[in-house]
Every structure is written in structure tokens, then in C-alpha cells.
Design a protein around this ligand. Structure first.
Ligand code: ADP
Length: 454
């Protein structure tokens, strides 16, 4: 991060400071606070940053942003605001505004992280690119990512997540994307947003931080996005597979065991891509990244070469071979859309033995949960899966539907029993897909199996 004066920060927050100090980092974690830091006290679920203010001041931070005066702390170095979360966003917005660089802001229901990483891969081929680390995509994470920008940064890719209305609005007004992207409208967080229309509306808030001439990149195959695009003033760029109106259209898709090959056709050309990830959904994600790259002047060849080097991060459809067995580790996240995407990619893999799907509960679906689990259970049966291992409570609905379609199923409430059974029946040549919400921690089963197989 480049230096900021405490005076200018105070001014941004609508107050004043007599300090002549300069800061070179903005932190919310007291353990990261150093002598050049500005500490922003945030009240979280478990800790309240205000309880650490006296400690970070002792350690020499230049100033602390607080919404109340912590006990026993002199006010000299405090900047008092109404709400410190808003203050963090305001400082980040101000800091971001100092850089005239392309900023890609992206949101969507599923595949944000993957798409972000593919975009970052493409942009990094030409630009020194800052991009969201992990899933630091909320009102705390996004500002932190903004502060990673410095004078050497040539482009930024910022992911925006949300659970409620208004969140994307605040994030986009901080990030001020010069290119926006929405990759799909699914049903994640439908609990809070009421309906898919609600989700669409919440995602469309991204435009609130964009200039009218800034392009919005949209998935043409997502009917809701395609229809909504008609009432958008900003220029729209479409990517897709099925929709003939896509500006960047992936065709001739072939799935190999560990990669996808396809051609992206666009106005004036076509480009062959080999992507080391499986599933049609990843073709869409890559087409989105290609479209963004082209908007920023990256040549098709450079984009294709970069995508060929893409590596999936942390438990997202990672394909691993252990003692002759194929494991697809995909337990980072799960929603009906991602389960279906995963199952269809899994069913296209060429294997010699049995195809076993281990599906855990999808969380946070509220009233929609039963329907969602049932529809995925039916999908298992339609996708050449030999055995379904369901794990959890809601998982009973997977079993119910899959059984109706004549699939062999087993329901587990206990991880150890699930692991034991898998150990017993998975043989060389078989493939196992693990998919569940993060909270189900299916990786514990995977790790235990790896140990036993070794
Ligand atoms: P997010 O960041 O939106 O939670 P991720 O990129 O972490 O999404 O992907 C979560 C899971 O969703 C992946 O492991 C994969 O199974 C699936 N997925 C990725 N991209 C898509 C997509 N475009 N459509 C449907 N499912 C997808």
C-alpha cells in the first residue's frame, strides 16, 4: 500500500486530526498492527476490535478508528466515527480512487472464486495484477484487497460476495470497477433475498459503482441475466456456450479426464483453448475470463496460453489419483448449481470402475432446502452415478429422489461410518466425487481415506 496521512484519512471520514503522522498499512487484526499502521476497530462475532485499541496504541500504531472511546484510552490518536465498518469502506474507496488502473469487479452466485482466479491468470499475463485472496470478498475483505494496490499495480480483480441487499452496492462503490462481471444468478443465499429475482436485483447493484460507459460482462446462457441486460444503460459484453448472441462463444467442447478443450469464437476471430479443469461450467468461467482479457487488450493467444496454465485453488474440483483410485475433491462449497455442474463433469470422466458420488448437505438454503436436495438427488440418477453416498440431515432428500430412480444409495449421519464404508468398497479404477457445503468438512473423510490407502 502507498502511504496516506492521518489528516487525509480523518478528512475522508468527515472529521479532523492534528496528527502529522503517515500510515503505510490499514489493519483490523491487532496482531498485524505495526508502527506504520492505522488500526480500524471492528466488532466481530467473537471479538471487538475496540478491546485491543489500547494494546495497538502501546505498540505504536499511528491512529485508531473507533466508534466509541475504549476504557482508559486517551483520545489523542483516535478517529471517532459512527460506524467503523463503513469507515473502512470509505478509506478503501478513497485509496482506490488514487489509482487510474483497470479494476474488474465480479459477483455471481456460483463460480466467483474460480472465475476471479481465471481472470487474474489472464490479466497477469500482461499486467502486474492484484486480485482477491481466498474469499476475502465481503465488506471487510474487499477493503483489505484494495489496500494491496500500490504504485506498481497495473490491474486489479476484486470479488464481491453478498448475503443481503445493499452489500454489493457498498462494495462496488468502494471498488469502482471499470469492468463489471456477473457470472450467474443461482439460489445461494435465497434465504435472505426471497427469490431469484431478488438475487438478480442484488447482483445488479454492481452498476451503482460503475460509470455509464464501463462495460458489464454477463453470462448470456443465464436467462435472467440475458433478459435483465435489455434494461441496462452500460455496454454489455456476453459470454456463453448455448446462446448464439454471446460475443464470446465457446464451441466444440471436448472433455478429457483432466481438462477441457474448446474454441472461443468472437467477432473477428476464434481461439482454441485447453483448460486444465473439467466441466462445462469451467468452460463458461474461462470464456468470461477470456472476454474480460480482450476488453483490456490482452491478445487471444496470450489469454489462451495463460488459461492453459490455470490451477484450481483449494479443494475446488481438484482431481487426485491415489493408489489407482480417482478422487475429485470438490468440498469447498456447494449449492444446487455447483452440485449439478460437478456431477455432470464427474459423469463425463473416463474411468474403468465404479463412479461413486459422496454428497453432503447444502447449507443456508432455508425453505428451499428440501426442493434443492431433492432436485440434486434426481440429478445423481440422471448422471451415470453407480452409488450415492449421502451424508448429513438434509441429505436424506438426495437419497429419497435417487432411490426413486433406482440408484443404489446409502445415508450416513456419522463421518466415521461413511469413511469405513468408502474404505471398504472403493477399489482401484473407481472414482469418487466429494461435494458438500464447506461447513460439512468432507475433507476430513478424504484425508482419513488417503491415510488408510497409503
Ligand atoms: P464461489 O466463489 O462463487 O463460491 P467457487 O469458484 O468457489 O464459487 O466454486 C464453488 C464450486 O462451484 C466449484 O467447486 C464448482 O463445483 C462449482 N462451480 C464453479 N463454477 C461454476 C459455474 N460457473 N456454474 C456452476 N457451478 C460452478
Amino acid at each position: 500500500m502507498e502511504k496516506l496521512s492521518v489528516k487525509e484519512i480523518a478528512a475522508v471520514l468527515g472529521t479532523q486530526s492534528d496528527s502529522d503522522a503517515v500510515i503505510d498499512s490499514v489493519v483490523i487484526d491487532s496482531r498485524e498492527a505495526g508502527k506504520g499502521s492505522l488500526f480500524v476497530a471492528i466488532a466481530g462475532e467473537r471479538f471487538d476490535g475496540h478491546d485491543f485499541v489500547s494494546k495497538v496504541l502501546e505498540n505504536g500504531v499511528q491512529a485508531a478508528v473507533c466508534s466509541k472511546i475504549p476504557n482508559g484510552v486517551s483520545t489523542e490518536k483516535l478517529i471517532i466515527v459512527e460506524d467503523t465498518r463503513t469507515a473502512l469502506l470509505q478509506i478503501a474507496a478513497y485509496y482506490r480512487s488514487k489509482f487510474e488502473i483497470p479494476v474488474v469487479g465480479l459477483t455471481g452466485s456460483v463460480g466467483k472464486t474460480t472465475t476471479k482466479e481465471m481472470i487474474a491468470t489472464v490479466l497477469s499475463a500482461k499486467f502486474n495484477t492484484v486480485f482477491t485472496q481466498g474469499n476475502l470478498n465481503n465488506e471487510i475483505g474487499l477493503p483489505r484487497m484494495c489496500f494491496r494496490i500500490d504504485s506498481s499495480t497495473q490491474a486489479a480483480v476484486l470479488e464481491m460476495g453478498m448475503n443481503h441487499f445493499g452489500e454489493i452496492s457498498r462494495l462496488t462503490q468502494t471498488a469502482r470497477p471499470t469492468i463489471g462481471l456477473i457470472n450467474n444468478i443461482g439460489v445461494s443465499h435465497i434465504e435472505n433475498l426471497g427469490s431469484r429475482e431478488g438475487i438478480l436485483k442484488a447482483k445488479m447493484e454492481i452498476l451503482e459503482g460503475m460509470k455509464k460507459n464501463a462495460p458489464l460482462v454477463l453470462n448470456a446462457d443465464d436467462e435472467m441475466l440475458f433478459n435483465a441486460s435489455k434494461s441496462i444503460e452500460n455496454p454489455v459484453v456476453f459470454f456463453g456456450i448455448d446462446n448464439p448472441q454471446a460475443d464470446f462463444k465457446a464451441e466444440d467442447i471436448v472433455q478429457d479426464n483432466d481438462s477441457m478443450r474448446f474454441t472461443i469464437k468472437y467477432n473477428g476471430g476464434e481461439c482454441e483453448i485447453k483448460l486444465p479443469a473439467i466441466g462445462r461450467h469451467n468452460v463458461l468461467n474461462a470464456a468470461a475470463a477470456f472476454a474480460v482479457g480482450m476488453q483490456l487488450g490482452i491478445s487471444p493467444k496470450l489469454a489462451a496460453d495463460a488459461l492453459a496454465e490455470y490451477t484450481p485453488s483449494g479443494m475446488r474440483q481438484k482431481i487426485v489419483t491415489k493408489s489407482g483410485k480417482t478422487v475429485v475433491e470438490d468440498c469447498y462449497n456447494a449449492s444446487p448449481d455447483s452440485i449439478k455442474a460437478s456431477l455432470s463433469a464427474f459423469s463425463s470422466m473416463k474411468i474403468s470402475g465404479k463412479r461413486i458420488a459422496v454428497l453432503g448437505d447444502m447449507l443456508e438454503l432455508g425453505d428451499y432446502s428440501e426442493t434443492a436436495h431433492r432436485s440434486c438427488g434426481g440429478y445423481v440418477a440422471d448422471n451415470k452415478i453407480d452409488i450415492l453416498f449421502a451424508y448429513g440431515t438434509e441429505a436424506a432428500y438426495y437419497v429419497d429422489e435417487a432411490k426413486k430412480k433406482g440408484i443404489e444409495t446409502m445415508l450416513f449421519r456419522d463421518k466415521k461410518e461413511l469413511t469405513d464404508k468408502l474404505f471398504e468398497i472403493v477399489n482401484e479404477g473407481d472414482a469418487v466425487l466429494f461435494k458438500a457445503s464447506r461447513g460439512m468438512k468432507l475433507e476430513e473423510v478424504i484425508n482419513e481415506l488417503y491415510e488408510r490407502w497409503a
